[in-house]
Design a protein around this ligand. Sequence first.
Ligand SMILES: [Zn+2]
Ligand SMILES: [Zn+2]
Length: 315
Amino acid sequence: MNALWLENNKISLRDISQQRKPNEALIKIRKAGICSTDLELVKGYYPYTGVIGHEFVGNVIEADDASWIGQRVVGEINVVCNQCEQCLNGRSTHCEHRTVLGIVNRDGTFAEFTNLPIANLHRVPESVPDEMAVFTEPLAAALEIQDQIQIKPTDRILLIGAGRLGQLIAQTLALTGCNLRVIARHEQQQKLLKARGIKIISEEDVQPWRWDVVVEATGSPSGFSLARKAVRPRGTMVLKSTYKGDMNVNFSSIVVDEINLIGSRCGPFEPALRLMESKQVDPTVLIAEEFKLSEALKAFERAAETGVLKVLVEP
Ligand SMILES: [Zn+2]
Ligand SMILES: [Zn+2]
């Protein structure tokens, strides 16, 4: 099959063999999305060789359980052992032996087919089209915030960053009824937020020590220091993006102000699908362009352009 292969910071189209793995389902990809993690993998921020891509919607074509065959599905990206201490204690996304679709030791979704265990799959409701379902994974990641902390309707929440993930975080946080403001750098990002009635704020207008919760979704040291400045004493900082290399942080001030620091990664798929089914969230507004898998290199160039949100790839 045709697949987008990453090796030594270079992506290229390759013809590789892909068969069903024992005890897993073979899935035919319908659409796959390019995420910031993919762009970072190509830059070499994490060591990985193989087929990249982890956001997808597809059809099960082979599986041990025949009731899944033909089903349109999305899939959780962490494939876990169910036996280690993390798995046995309900923290399976932190499995000590996990592989991660298109990120750690497991071929991903910019390909004609991919493999995942049935336990990772979720059926997509009929009313959710492919171009929406392909966002399930990042939307679930956005919802991890609400899974981790209680958000009160009276909370003042600052979201820093309105890119691919930031837009989805903004849409889901807005549903909580909290007092939300978003820092969005690009005009297109601002336009999308305004269209949903989400208020934006400029960096200069962010009052220091006033925000109950600050969500940092830029993955940049400047985003982190702005978040640190904005959060109130005993407030919470939610970190949604990884940072390149090590960061220089004044931890004494975090101790003195008794700040809660929360790292936040993969989230729940079912609520993500429900929010799209009930049309409370619409990720399709993020789509900039769609490419064929044979043009995947072009698709990656497009996704790397400033201000471009979601680029989709279709085999
Ligand atoms: Zn992603
Ligand atoms: Zn495990």
